[in-house]
Write a protein that binds this ligand. Structure first.
Ligand code: ADP
Length: 485
């Protein structure tokens, strides 16, 4: 009813440290990618502010850690409820800074909030072990403890959920947190901090340092002796750099990095189902997700039929600004994203791939809107099958038999998500066990849920987010031996 009023009240443009909003002289601009309009001038956090935030998180640690899991869970559940109560305002803010349709943004708010509810529950279900007696005079057991002050560095493609799925398990485990949100989408992060403050998450437990100086802030977060753990979601190159930096003081790391997801359509697949699942997977967030299908591998025998059905479905897609109803996707995040997609397409077509539809900017909508695109005749040698496209492009490659399909799918240093469509149950088992990835969708293109263990193998990362494994990333395991019995 009054979403524009509540939206204004969730617009914070200052850093959030130790429960205070810190205005800084130096600011950076946040733009609306659909229009190019300036949305806000945000405080530009530097090394000094990052150190202040770490000190605040350190100061808040003893009393946060001393709360019972139930007390922490109650606060997390209040934060969860505040996100749902403000879903529309948070979605409008996210859509404005990130570009995704408001309905899709509202879906991300629910998804992001679901991690908070899930880890509130997991806080109360964290157990240690009583060990077998090793000698009659001693007993031993294992306890789980929060690792301490944690840092998170997050990307722009999911401005809310990439934060909640790090902060919620950290807080649930009794850790405190400093977050450096992405420069392109800091407003969703700051709105989350406002809600955390309103529901009574204590000062210093969650700190947000928006910044345009990622390198400088990252240096402090990875080298400061009080920081015990870094959780990062972003590109593989930056992840490797941060892991190297964190190695100096042996900080724990969780890394969720780039993918190069195969989407395999076998000759026994239900082709209509394959098309709907591929569309759900590919065009979510305009293809700007790390689990987007990047290489669509189609078995020869069904290639013509599948391609025809796919083109029919793709021709129905509607593109427009995020605040327009009934659109399938919005603009890409910035000009660099458009340039990358265009370059990958140009290279592929120059090397013999065939553009079936799309392949261009939709100038009538604006410079960052890219047409839904289908490309066929792609090969493994092309950059488009080796790099993340991060755009609304379906790149089709064909293969002859099951073994070749599996071999092509695994022929990459990455291993985040994988997908395949098939009906034969024996094939489903065989292929499921052979694909090298952390998450697999079989006849399913939407595979993210707080119950699932999200993460990758190979160069796609270390650790898991969500699920009962997500909490352990923020816990240490301590063995206690008691003698003198
Ligand atoms: P993306 O392609 O999603 O922007 P990046 O890895 O560049 O992937 O960015 C993910 C996050 O990492 C962002 O918050 C960004 O500011 C941050 N980042 C980028 N470079 C560095 C760096 N050298 N040190 C620390 N953080 C960085």
């Amino acid at each position: 009813h009054n979403s524009h009023h509540s939206m204004r009240s969730l617009l914070q443009t200052n850093a959030y440290v130790d429960g205070h909003w810190i205005p800084l002289e130096q600011r950076f601009q946040v733009l609306n990618p659909a229009t190019g309009a300036v949305l806000a001038d945000v405080a530009d956090g530097d090394a000094t502010l990052t150190e202040r935030a770490i000190d605040a998180a350190h100061k808040a640690l003893p009393s946060w850690r001393a709360k019972t899991p139930k007390q922490r869970a109650e606060l997390l559940l209040r934060w969860y409820q505040a996100m749902l109560d403000n879903k529309q305002a948070l979605a409008e803010l996210m859509s404005a800074e990130q570009g995704k349709p408001i309905a899709e943004a509202a879906g991300e708010i629910e998804y992001g909030a679901s991690f908070v509810a899930w880890f509130a529950g997991e806080a109360e279900r964290s157990y240690g072990d009583v060990l077998p007696t090793q000698s009659s005079g001693q007993r031993a057991w294992i306890i789980k403890q929060g690792v301490g002050v944690c840092a998170a560095i997050t990307p722009w493609n999911f401005p809310n959920a990439m934060i909640t799925r790090k902060v919620a398990p950290a807080l649930a485990a009794g850790c405190t947190m400093v977050v450096k949100p992405p420069q392109l989408t800091p407003l969703s992060a700051l709105a989350l901090a406002q809600l955390a403050s309103e529901v009574g998450i204590p000062d210093g437990v969650l700190n947000i340092v928006p910044s345009s100086q990622a390198k400088e802030v990252g240096q402090v977060l990875t080298s400061h002796p009080l920081v015990r753990k870094l959780s990062f979601t972003g590109s593989t190159n930056v992840g490797k750099l941060l892991m190297q930096q964190a190695a100096e003081s042996v900080k724990k790391v969780s890394l969720e990095l780039g993918g190069n997801a195969p989407f395999i359509v076998f000759d026994d697949a239900d082709l209509d189902l394959a098309v709907t699942q591929l569309l759900a997977c590919k065009f979510r967030n305009a293809g700007q997700t790390c689990i987007s299908a990047n290489r669509v591998l189609v078995q020869d025998a069904v290639l013509p039929k599948f391609t025809e059905k796919l083109q029919q479905a793709v021709s129905q897609l509607k593109v427009g600004p995020g605040d327009q109803a009934d659109i399938d996707y919005g603009p890409l995040i910035n000009q660099a994203a458009i340039d990358k997609v265009q370059k990958l397409l140009n290279d592929a077509t120059a090397a013999g791939a065939k553009l079936l539809t799309g392949g261009k900017v939709l100038d009538n909508l604006g410079p960052l809107f890219f047409a839904p695109t289908v490309l066929s005749g792609v090969t493994s040698m092309m950059a488009i099958s080796q790099e993340e496209i991060f755009g609304p492009v379906i790149a089709i490659q064909s293969f002859t038999d099951e073994n070749e399909g599996i071999r092509l799918a695994n022929d990459t240093p990455f291993g985040l998500a994988g997908y395949f469509c098939a009906s034969d149950y024996a094939r489903i088992i065989r292929v499921s066990e052979q694909l090298e990835c952390g998450m697999l969708g079989v006849n399913a293109g939407a595979i993210s849920h707080a119950y699932n263990a999200f993460g990758g193998v190979k160069e796609s990362g270390i650790g898991r987010e969500g699920s009962r494994y997500g909490l352990a990333e923020y816990q240490e395991t301590k063995t206690i031996t008691l003698g003198g019995i």
